[in-house]
Design a protein around this ligand. Structure first.
Ligand SMILES: Cc1cc2nc3c(=O)[nH]c(=O)nc-3n(C[C@H](O)[C@H](O)[C@H](O)COP(=O)(O)OP(=O)(O)OC[C@H]3O[C@@H](n4cnc5c(N)ncnc54)[C@H](O)[C@@H]3O)c2cc1C
Ligand code: FES
Ligand code: FES
Length: 1349
């Protein structure tokens, strides 16, 4: 045997050339190929000895297929989704799987067909999936869109007529930060069978030319024909890219690749695998790579030898045995789901309890792309304490069969290990080095056995568990417990059983309330936790253990027909999870004005088709340039420290590393800052959280930075305690607050705490800097909302004039404020490198780097004292507002100001004093984020309204209505409210949402259900439009008409998905009187339109629209004589005639916002140009036992004036709303006490997904409003930010439900709810007897595991 081995692989573990194969006693035939062969979009590809470290994503992007995007590199966003097809000879079946290319090793795709977004269609000939997503407004910034299209495409390839449910489920591994998902779902559901896209009760259609509403005409159904009707391509399965016939003849062969850092083996039989494992006991087996990929990328583990086990048939078999299911350990989880489903048919119902439990937890296991590759073996061997499968295996006597080659005889041996003795410690098990997990035996349940599975996470779809459980009991005929197995994940270092509780219940009678009481007490005793326990949430986790058991108790009782007395009628309503209905949406919007042919039309985003086909280019999609280098940042590892020294010697010694630059290398100024100049480009002496240097990425870990640590401050509370503030001391005073408080019948005090929010634009910060040797010019391609400031600051850092620098932005993959200033540091660092090395340099931040350094929405704290009259009128408010600015001032003062100006929301208070302090801490520098402090201010206002109403015992909606501003009243910053429509909106939404009727229904529901509660809230909003920094309220545009009659426009705004360019083109075409198709916009660039303001504050359409319109008006005026002279001529002929007459066909447009200018010292002058207003009514349901929630229905009414494009504005409303929902529910940003960010990727930081949106989502634009005072372009209104705050209607509906839960428990204490209302916060706020029994108190010196800053 030894000789054979050395004939194969030499002593350095290299494959010996010409090794011709190997025959050993057990029939092993091992001959390695060193060439990878697969198909890519129908074309055969062969790669000699590919690098094992390369992911499929890196590969496809490197060959120019840049439609597949990198959003996170950890399988958490779906931006990289591609489809892999393979042929299974034994079943003669082709399977198609969506996978995350970011986690798929390139080396694992031998013999498969990879289809990327480019493979399914292009702009000229889009696939129906692409066409429908684009035309039905499913793409905004477009960065997520190819991945989403590929998920849908993969579903259709397997199932051409899926149900609506299957369609909703296929997106569980995809995220979109822009759209709010509704339009994508609408587009996807056009493929559903049967298509029920439009609601029979609504007077609207779905937008399809073959909409069922149109067919119903003859049935006398009244409907509105004005919705845009679109003719889609038919979906014809026969037109799909075929599976390459040659691959059907593919015979898998062993592969061996040797790379820079590791070797890769791909055995194709179990014997080959066992042999290799005996030869390389330390080798890492790789299956779906969904654990190993994370370990190598983020935990920086490296494995010299990797053995891919994904193509071994013996590990993918299954068998329905008499007493249980035997599966190969490396079946993928999607297949495992199918087999379990079949098992339900195959076995008697009483035998399937464990299979059903597995199915239940697999439903919530990751997303499709992960389940399509991940395996039970990977889960079991990893042994994560929060594994979703292990609790079920542990409570079900599952057996694990381990195999190896016996070392002396080389004969395969195996041993079966019961699940109880398999795991031995944190991520440890009893598997020997040479062993592999071959098979898993899952027993059938017995007669009288009941098994259930539970999982609670922050988000229901695609999230890791906080606690999960596999619970099982066997009852005898008298309902006495014969066996019990209670296994929990998330309660220790490993999945654990609860032996004392199991023992307690043995022999006792199920259904006896005393037994339940004792069992719950026992569980509480058994799971002792410390407040500081790793993972945090000690009380909540204990509560979940008890909550799951509570559900289990009643569920089993019901199933075993045991009458328990209490809740008998209600049991079914609370024992399971909250199941969602299929979501649906309705949009009832205004129409274009009669005299407008283009403005006001629902035109799809003009880049949508390019985005959905992957043709749209983002910064990192620009093809690699000659000599280009890659920059990487060395990040501070300390929250606050002095740098004692930096040693880059080892990094510089690495091959391929070209340079390392620090503060001393900055040719111009090392200091910058958007408002205060308080930031260093590179840290010199004092390190704050995110000071950086650029070198090649691999060398980052080799740069040694020596620090002397300084005390750090992280939270607002710590900053207040330590008097750590930036020198910003804002005040707005109106009336006499002291007098008002004195005259008030009631004075209430309280505190409102609001957490931060990560932007999570799908495209991370990215820059490419190209130095030009001639004249020392620089060209910057940056993913920025602020090209001018990028240009100006780079010039200052390089010490050159701004006229030598051009910053270009084609589009960005979402910004939301996070790229307004925090995009600039990356450009600065790269510019210094490019200056010295005279080479183009590129960097696109990894998601974790981006989150760590780029700043977030500001956490806020409001401390308030409010005086109210006994008839419920606000009389005086004294509010102190604090926000957490982080380590530098950035835009934090302006954010604080906006918070202060919005703290009234829509309510009039005659006497107000608002003070604002900006906390200086050592976290990342917080920055602009959609709403810019406004939502935080309004959140304080609405918490005040709720808490005061509750304390006074009055109805909060009456209280709100009573205090709404009326037309002509003045705000606390003395702005008179004109065209004030909030009372009208409030009335309309109350009516449209059937508020009163539903209130009664909800009250009835709540009185009938103890553990499920519903809540309702109706929240208004007003949002001030214009930058509060006066000089920013200006814009420019440049319009050229070419001799062929085509028009090119440029303006200062950046396209980040909000549809700005589409609206600008509509305005230009309307003003010039030309068809939309003849007007084009190439990019935003600082050499086209100069000194632009950042694209922000929701005013970009307003100011750039006027600038474009003004330029077009100049040209229209110049062409007027020719049009009059030549009424029958085409535009081209008119342009020609003007040109020959030497008329200038190029014009500059300029605009500055009139009337505004506020003086903070005097509290006078107009702060905002106008207000955008709206209101939302939301109904939710919460699961009191777990803190889970769902949004049953939301109605939003927005006053957006006369929209330039209603479809785009609806997209802004829905997208902002869903982002607002995330902000105040599941998006929780957390820091460790040492200052490191905990929530630095989609694994820990949860955005709302497809199934977190309202199940019934209705959008209305305000009807019958007049705008005598509105002076905006075409009387439209800014809409990007204003709807975000309406997401808080979900928060307040949850609060309402919690209130009801407390009432059921006779707990009348006022609900004080901090935002975001995560499941943990919701559950603890219910404050019932279970919470009290599970309470984990903080001991003296204990610190929390993670903090809300
Ligand atoms: C985005 C994302 C979401 C996730 N969500 C969940 C979730 O909801 N619930 C959950 O429990 N987990 C989740 N996980 C974790 C992971 O997907 C699972 O643990 C999965 O089952 C791992 O399977 P794999 O095939 O990808 O393992 P791999 O990464 O390929 O391997 C994992 C480990 O198993 C070993 N191994 C694989 N096969 C064998 C074998 N036959 N014999 C011996 N050792 C073997 C490997 O050597 C390695 O140590 C998630 C991961 C990601 C990236
Ligand atoms: S980039 Fe692959 S899932 Fe996010
Ligand atoms: S369109 Fe989905 S992330 Fe922007």
């Amino acid at each position: 045997m030894k000789e054979h081995k050395s004939a194969l692989i030499d002593s350095n573990d290299h494959l010996v050339d010409g090794a011709n194969g190997l025959n050993v006693e057990n029939g092993l035939d091992l001959k390695f190929k060193t060439k990878l062969h697969f198909y890519l979009n129908g074309t055969s590809v062969e790669i000699n000895n590919p690098e094992p470290e390369t992911t499929l994503l890196q590969y496809v992007r490197s060959v120019g297929l840049t439609g597949t995007k990198l959003g996170c590199a950890e399988g958490g966003c779906g931006a990289c989704t591609v489809m892999i097809s393979s042929y299974d000879k034994s079943f003669d079946k082709i399977t198609h799987c969506s996978v995350n290319a970011c986690l798929t090793p390139l080396c694992s795709i031998d013999g498969k067909h990879v289809i990327t977004i480019e493979g399914i269609g292009n702009v000229e000939n889009p696939h129906p999936v692409q066409e429908r997503i684009a035309l039905l407004h499913g793409s905004q910034c477009g960065f997520c869109t190819p991945g989403i299209a590929m998920s849908l495409y993969s579903l259709l390839r397997n199932n051409p007529s899926p149900s609506e449910k299957e369609i909703e489920e296929c997106f569980d591994g995809n995220l979109c930060r822009c759209t709010g998902y509704r339009p994508i779902l609408d587009a996807a559901k056009t493929f559903a069978n049967p298509s029920k896209n439009c609601d029979a009760t609504e007077n609207l259609g779905c937008g399809r030319a073959d909409c069922c509403k149109l067919k119903n005409i003859d049935n006398g159904v009244a409907f509105d024909l004005k919705f845009p009707q679109i003719k889609f391509k038919e979906y014809d399965v026969t037109q799909e890219l075929i599976f390459p016939p040659s691959l059907m003849k593919y015979i898998p062969e062993p592969l061996y690749f040797s790379g820079r850092k590791s070797k890769w083996f791909r055995p194709v039989s179990l014997n080959q695998l066992l042999y290799l494992k005996s030869r390389y006991p330390y080798a890492k087996l790789v299956s779906g790579n969904t654990e190993v990929g994370i370990e190598t990328k983020f935990k920086k583990l490296s494995y010299n030898v990797q053995i891919f086990v994904g193509d071994i048939p013996e590990l993918k078999t299954w068998e329905f045995k008499d007493d249980g299911l035997l599966i190969g350990a490396n079946i993928n989880l999607s297949k495992f789901q199918e087999i379990l489903q079949d098992a339900l048919e195959h076995y008697e119902p009483h035998q399937t309890q464990i299979f059903k439990s597995l199915l239940e937890n697999l439903r919530w296991f990751a997303g499709n792309q992960i389940r399509n590759v991940a395996t039970p073996a990977g889960n079991i061997i990893t042994g994560s304490p929060i594994s979703d499968l292990n609790p079920i295996f542990l409570s079900s006597k599952t057996l694990f069969s381990l195999s190896s080659l016996e070392s002396s005889s080389m004969v395969a041996t195996d041993r079966a290990i019961p699940s109880e003795s398999f795991w031995t410690g944190y991520r440890q098990n009893c598997c020997e080095e040479t062993e592999i997990l071959e098979k898993i035996f899952i027993p059938c349940s017995k007669q009288g056995q009941y098994s259930r599975a539970y999982k609670q996470a922050k988000r229901r779809d695609d999230d890791i568990a906080i606690v999960n459980a596999g619970l099982s009991v066997l009852l005898d005929d008298n309902n006495q417990v014969k066996e019990a197995a209670f296994a929990f994940g998330g309660m220790s270092w490993v999945t654990v059983r609860a032996p004392e509780s199991e023992h307690f219940v043995l022999g006792k009678k199920w259904g006896d309330q005393n037994v339940l009481k004792g069992l719950l007490e026992k569980l509480c005793e058994e799971f002792q936790m410390k407040f500081s326990t790793p993972g945090g949430m000690a009380t909540y986790r204990k509560t979940l253990v008890v909550g799951f058991m509570y559900k289990f108790w009643y569920d089993v009782s019901k199933s075993a027909n045991i009458i328990v007395g209490d809740y008998d009628d209600d049991i079914e309503n609370f024992v399971g999870i909250i199941e969602r209905n299929i979501s649906k949406g309705v949009q009832i919007v205004g129409q274009a004005e009669k005299d407008k042919t283009i403005v006001g039309k629902q035109i799809p985003h003009l880049s949508a088709m390019k985005q959905v086909t992957g043709e749209a280019m983002y910064t990192d999609d620009i093809p690699k340039l000659q000599g280009e280098l890659y920059g990487a940042l060395v990040l501070s590892q300390k929250a606050h420290a002095k740098i004692l020294g930096i040693d880059a010697t080892e990094a510089l010694a690495q091959p391929g590393v070209k340079g390392f630059f620090s503060a001393k290398d900055v040719p111009g100024s090392n200091i910058w800052g958007p408002v205060s100049h308080d930031e260093e480009v590179f840290a010199s002496e004092e390190v704050n959280f995110a000071e950086t240097q650029a070198i090649a990425q691999e060398a980052v870990g080799l740069v040694k930075v020596h620090y002397s640590e300084l005390p750090h401050i992280l939270t607002i509370e710590e900053a207040i305690e330590n008097n750590s503030f930036f020198p910003v001391n804002r005040r707005i005073v109106k009336g006499d607050v002291e007098k008002g408080l004195k005259e008030a019948d009631f004075v209430f005090e309280g505190e409102t705490r609001i957490g931060g929010q990560e932007h999570f634009y799908l495209e991370t910060q990215a820059t490419l800097i190209i130095p030009k040797i001639e004249d020392k010019e620089f060209e910057i391609h940056s993913s920025t909302q602020n090209p001018t400031e990028t240009q100006i600051v780079v010039a200052s850092v390089l010490g050159i004039d701004a006229n030598k620098i051009v910053c270009r932005v084609k589009r960005i993959g979402g910004g939301f404020g996070g790229k307004e200033t925090r995009s600039i540091p990356l450009s600065l660092a790269l510019a210094v490198g490019a200056w010295h090395l005279k080479k183009p340099i590129r960097c696109m931040l990894d998601r974790d780097e981006d989150i760590i350094i780029s700043g977030q929405r500001h956490p806020f704290l409001g401390r308030w004292k409010v005086g109210v009259t006994k008839d419920g009128k606000l009389l005086a408010m004294d509010i102190q507002i604090f926000n957490n600015g982080g380590w530098s001032a950035d835009l934090s003062a302006a954010v604080l100001e906006r918070g202060m100006t919005h703290v009234d929301n829509c309510y009039y208070t005659p006497n107000m004093r608002i003070t604002g302090r900006l906390c200086k801490t050592n976290i990342h520098s917080n920055t602009a984020f959609r709403g810019f402090g406004g939502p935080q201010g309004m959140m304080i206002a609405e918490n005040i309204m709720c808490e005061i109403a509750d304390r006074m015992g009055i109805d909060v909606n009456d209280f709100r209505e009573k205090n709404l501003y009326v037309e002509g009243q003045k705000t606390h910053f003395n702005q008179t409210l004109k065209d004030w429509h909030v009372p009208l909106i409030y009335r309309q939404i109350k009516n449209d949402s059937e508020f009163e009727k539903r209130r009664k229904e909800i009250d009835k529901f709540n009185s009938e259900h103890k553990w499920r509660k519903r809540g309702l809230a109706l929240i208004p909003t007003k949002f001030g439009l214009s930058y509060t920094t006066l000089h920013l309220n200006q814009a420019g545009a440049l319009v050229h008409i070419y001799l062929d009659g085509s028009v090119l426009i440029s303006h200062g705004g950046v396209e980040m998905g909000q549809g700005l360019h589409t609206k600008m083109l509509q305005i230009a075409a309307e003003t010039l009187g030309v068809p939309l198709e003849t007007v084009h916009l190439m990019e935003t660039a600082t050499n086209l339109v100069v000194n632009t303001s950042a694209t922000a504050a929701s005013v970009s359409s307003d100011i750039n629209g006027y600038a474009v319109s003004n330029a077009c008006k100049i040209l229209t005026e110049r062409l007027k004589p020719y049009r009059e002279k030549m009424p029958d001529k085409s535009f081209k002929e008119i342009v020609h005639a003007a040109y020959f007459d030497r008329v200038n066909l190029s014009a500059n447009g300029y605009y500055k916002t009139p009337d505004i200018g506020y003086n903070w010292d005097k509290n006078e002058g107009q702060m905002f140009f106008y207000f955008t207003m709206g209101a939302a009514c939301t109904e939710v349901e919460i699961d009191v036992l777990t803190g889970d929630h769902t949004i049953l229905r939301t109605d939003i009414c927005m006053d957006i004036g006369r929209s330039i494009n209603y479809a785009i504005d609806v997209g802004q409303i829905e997208g902002a709303f869903v982002q607002g929902v995330g902000w105040c529910t599941i998006e929780e940003t957390l820091h460790f006490p040492n200052g490191h960010v905990f929530t630095k990727g989609p694994g820990n930081y949860k955005l709302p997904g497809f199934r977190d949106i309202p199940q019934d989502f209705r959008i209305y634009t305000l009807k019958d409003a007049k705008y005598p005072n509105l002076k905006t372009i075409h009387s439209s209104k800014g809409v990007g930010e204003p709807p975000l705050f309406l997401g808080s209607s979900v928060f307040f509906a949850i609060r309402d439900a919690i209130k009801s839960a407390r009432q059921s428990n006779n707990n009348g204490a006022t609900v004080v709810l901090s935002s975001p209302a995560t499941p943990e916060i919701i559950r603890l706020a219910c404050d019932d007897e279970i919470i009290k029994s599970c309470k984990v108190e903080r001991k003296n010196e204990e610190s929390a595991w993670v903090l809300r800053v």
